[in-house]
Design a protein around this ligand. Structure first.
Ligand SMILES: *[C@@H]1O[C@H](CO)[C@@H](O)[C@H](O)[C@H]1NC(C)=O
Ligand SMILES: *[C@@H]1O[C@H](CO)[C@@H](O)[C@H](O)[C@H]1NC(C)=O
Ligand SMILES: *[C@@H]1O[C@H](CO)[C@@H](O)[C@H](O)[C@H]1NC(C)=O
Ligand SMILES: CC(=O)N[C@H]1CO[C@H](CO)[C@@H](O)[C@@H]1O
Length: 203
């Protein structure tokens, strides 16, 4: 009896674990769309023009212009969003993850190096040209780099979530107040080296 119920418990846990991992998008909603508290909406609610700024051909810094549910509330419940990425010459988007979505990137202009690392610590990297697409699997650490020192790059990323979330590895690790001794031991280095990295990120 005891064995039987523990087998049952185990298979229940397995089923739960599997259904969790196969749920690859935002939770389903029970209405056609989610309206704001103010009530009625028209076509303007489903329209967003905030990405028009990406027509800047000469970005000074690496810039992300997001169209997630924060900027575009009609995306709430629809499991999709966009971001436009602008890379100046030699610009980098540091290693980061999106905990809630895969990312499908397409290069519109220029040549972009991209890569992600899987849970076995294998690096998959690629050089993308105009029109090339690359998919970054959900939750994995990835980066993008414009190796060209003369030309900027523009890319668009689509996400399988209205709110993909962002964890920037340098910021998450070095700017959130984790004890310097913990970081020094974790990176097999000394506290002054950790402090030097922290200082470099404070700008
Ligand atoms: C749509 O709704 C917005 C906000 O409620 C309003 O400002 C706008 O005039 C409406 N547009 C049309 C075409 O009715
Ligand atoms: C962008 O670059 C300019 C100089 O090119 C700098 O003054 C500015 O602070 C940078 N902005 C950000 C957000 O890093
Ligand atoms: C992948 O990264 C390595 C350095 O880690 C680099 O030498 C190589 O050129 C990259 N491959 C592509 C296709 O960008
Ligand atoms: C390929 C190319 O145009 N390279 C140029 C990039 O910019 C540097 C410095 O501005 C030039 O020296 C290169 O010739």
């Amino acid at each position: 009896m005891a064995i039987r119920s523990s087998v049952l418990l185990l298979s229940l846990a397995l089923v739960l674990a599997i259904s969790r991992t196969t749920q690859a998008n935002d939770p389903d909603i029970l209405t056609d769309f989610i309206t704001p508290d103010t009530g009625s909406v028209n076509a303007s609610y489903f329209t967003y023009s905030g990405l028009s700024a990406f027509f800047n051909p000469n970005p000074k810094n690496f810039t992300v212009i997001k169209a997630s549910m924060t900027e575009f509330p009609a995306l709430n419940g629809q499991s999709v969003s966009y971001a436009v990425l602008q890379f100046p010459p030699a610009g980098v988007n540091p290693p980061h993850t999106h905990p809630r979505a895969a990312e499908l990137l397409i290069v519109l202009f220029g040549t972009l190096e991209v890569g992600f690392v899987d849970t076995k610590n294998v690096l998959f990297n690629q050089t993308l040209h105009e029109g090339d697409m690359f998919v970054f699997p959900k939750g994995l650490v990835h980066f993008q780099y414009n190796r060209n020192h003369n030309q900027s790059v523009i890319a668009i990323s689509a996400f399988g979530s209205a709110n993909a979330g962002l964890l920037s590895v340098p910021k998450t690790v070095f700017t959130t107040g984790i004890d310097d001794n913990v970081l020094a031991k974790s990176f097999n280095t000394d506290v002054p080296t950790v402090q030097k990295i922290e200082l470099g990120l404070k700008s």
